[in-house]
Design a protein around this ligand. Structure first.
Ligand code: ATP
Ligand code: MG
Length: 563
């Protein structure tokens, strides 16, 4: 059962926000943000964060900013910025005029770094990255002070300004916050806050050769934007004391950080780094490969925004990391597609059937229901003729008693058409495989109804050969065979769990003619087979469909009800 109540379940983050509004904290205002780093495409995990941030803002007459945390010029590109915007819009969320970039705050961040230096709260260090790591200590061992930690303010100011002027090479010097090298929280052991990177930035070009670290930019960016609730994933809990230290030292607005558990789904990898590897190693065909958990991949696969939003609502928001079953995602998808996808008939592995007593050259148009869930979607005409295709699977030569499909002497119903009985088989001489069935039909069963109450258990989908549209159909399955491909079991990594059958391409599919007009992205339920959508590779002359998701339950139930 799905009710609206299910969707608006009040999680702990929403409770905090509600309490803050009640006590008139932040003058009752709610400003959230979604802060992607433009170094890859968004995935279903990001959708959870998007739904949470945009959702909470909308529910409380607040606003949600889109802020690109673009502090790493080496990995970021405008291509990703554009793709991220497209994906958020596709989900149905709107940031209005509130599109921001951490890179817009570079001058402010630099000025704040100067303030820390002036207050003797930051210093320039000459240690190499490796040395800094060694000095930092471990979880069980305190860190050691850098020999440069006690440089005087004026020397630090001079060096930092010369870093900015480009006098030093990458890695030669860094600016570090002066906090506490013995802190039990490693994030507070004098973290690096600025590094030299003589790299071109996708927005600021060559204006800067020093860049703030993510940790020095993120909290302050929230502060600049007057974010009230800075919602992030659990792994940032240990960074919160550092963000607090920055905003308190700088005496600026203090957003409230709230951490929630990130989304993990079984049979998937959910890290941008691994996704980039899948793309770069050509294990998949790009970021929008329909097997990818990216939003662009899911869109191409045939996922709807509604199904993703519903899924995120069902997963809920908690403080505990867990693994969500992919079945829940597919359930949310089927539920939506069941309502909106018109039905159609398509035969993926065709077997030719000749109906011997049907007049040659005759065609008739039969009425088919577009969606039994929604009468307003109406009906369509499906042509029927003497030669049709059925699914190879729907025939068996030596069929067991309970095989309610085609075999010599057995009668089945052709959906919306007639009862037919298989009379004989024509086989390939060499392989012995059935290549054609010879059948007869009962003209009195037009529409698939029996005039004499005769029972037929099997109902098959079919396509008229003469009218069929040829298509390629790509059957997608899980990319991994293990529920936790990144689990790190037995020294294996996710490459060891790739599903060799995650993509099967069928090139000889026969579809009912109404599908010949289907446009990119349109979704259908191919009766008995699953949900399918038109791939962007599809052209009028060479149609390509993707299987979005199989039907869990076939017509078994419907047939039971009928007979
Ligand atoms: P990844 O781990 O895939 O590289 P990321 O955290 O580095 O992701 P960002 O671009 O920094 O990617 O993420 C933007 C926002 O999305 C952050 O607020 C982050 O917390 C959130 N986010 C990322 N992954 C998930 C997830 N699996 N579940 C929920 N929120 C997520
Ligand atoms: Mg991140």
């Amino acid at each position: 059962m799905t009710t609206d109540q299910e969707q608006i379940s009040v999680d702990f983050v929403r409770q905090i926000v509600a309490t803050d509004i009640e006590s008139n904290k932040n003058d009752g205002k709610v400003i959230t943000r979604f802060p992607p780093e433009p170094n890859g495409y968004l995935h279903i995990g990001h959708a959870k964060s998007i739904c949470l941030n945009f959702g909470i803002a909308a529910e409380n007459q607040g606003v949600c900013h889109l802020r690109f945390d673009d502090t790493n010029p080496c990995k970021e590109e405008d291509e990703f910025v554009q793709a991220i915007k497209k994906d958020i819009r596709w989900l149905g969320f709107d940031w209005g005029e509130h599109e921001y970039y951490a890179s817009d705050y570079y001058q402010q961040l630099y000025d704040w770094a100067l303030k820390l230096i002036n207050d003797d709260k930051a210093y320039v260090d000459d240690l190499s990255a490796e040395e800094i790591r060694q000095y930092r200590g471990t979880l069980t061992e305190p860190g050691r002070e850098s020999p440069h930690r006690n440089r005087c303010v004026s020397e630090n100011l001079d060096l930092f300004q010369r870093m900015k002027a480009g006098e030093f090479d990458d890695g030669q010097k860094v600016l570090r916050a002066k906090i506490d090298v013995t802190s039990p929280n490693i994030n507070l052991r004098d973290p690096v806050i600025y590094r030299i990177l003589k790299a071109h930035h996708h927005r600021t070009g060559d204006d800067w050769c020093i860049y703030p670290m993510y940790d020095f930019a993120h909290g302050q960016s929230d502060s600049i934007e007057s974010i009230t609730h800075s919602i992030c994933t659990l792994e940032f809990e240990d960074h919160r004391p550092l963000y607090d230290w920055f905003v308190e030292s700088l005496e600026i607005h203090h957003p409230q950080q709230i951490e929630f558990a990130r989304l993990n789904i079984n049979y998937m990898v959910m890290s941008k780094r691994k996704m980039a590897e899948l793309v770069n190693q050509k294990i998949v065909n790009g970021w929008d490969d329909p097997r990818m958990p990216t939003l662009c991949g899911m869109r191409r696969r045939g996922y709807t925004p509604k199904s993703i939003i519903k899924f995120c609502a069902r997963v809920g928001v908690t403080k505990f990391n867990s693994l969500t079953d992919i079945g829940l995602l597919e359930h949310s998808l089927r539920e939506d597609l069941n309502q909106i996808a018109p039905r159609a008939m398509g035969v993926l592995n065709p077997l030719r059937v000749v109906i011997e007593n049907y007049p040659e050259g005759q065609t008739e148009e039969l009425d088919a229901v577009n969606n039994p869930q929604d009468e307003s979607m109406g009906t369509r005409k499906v042509p029927f003729s003497r030669v049709i295709y059925v699914e190879q699977d729907d025939f068996m030569e030596d069929a067991p008693r309970k095989f309610f499909r085609l075999s010599v002497g057995r009668e089945v119903r052709l959906r919306y058409a007639y009862f037919i009985t298989c009379q004989s088989i024509i086989k390939d001489e060499k392989t012995g495989k059935a290549v054609e069935l010879r059948c007869t039909y009962d003209p009195l069963t037009r529409g698939g109804d029996s005039p004499d109450g005769r029972k037929v258990k099997g109902t098959l989908h079919w396509v008229s050969a003469e009218h069929a549209v040829d298509a390629e159909v790509r059957l997608y399955d899980r990319l991994f065979t293990d529920p936790e491909p990144s689990g790190g079991k037995d020294d294996k990594d996710y490459h060891d769990y790739l599903n060799p059958d995650s993509l099967k391409v069928l090139t000889n599919c026969k579809l009912e003619p109404s599908l010949g007009k289907a446009e990119h992205g349109m979704q259908f339920q191919f009766e008995r087979l699953g949900y399918f959508c038109v791939d962007p590779d599809s052209t009028a002359d060479a149609m390509v469909f993707n299987r979005t998701v199989a039907l869990r339950d076939s017509w078994a139930k419907a047939d039971k009800a009928k007979s």
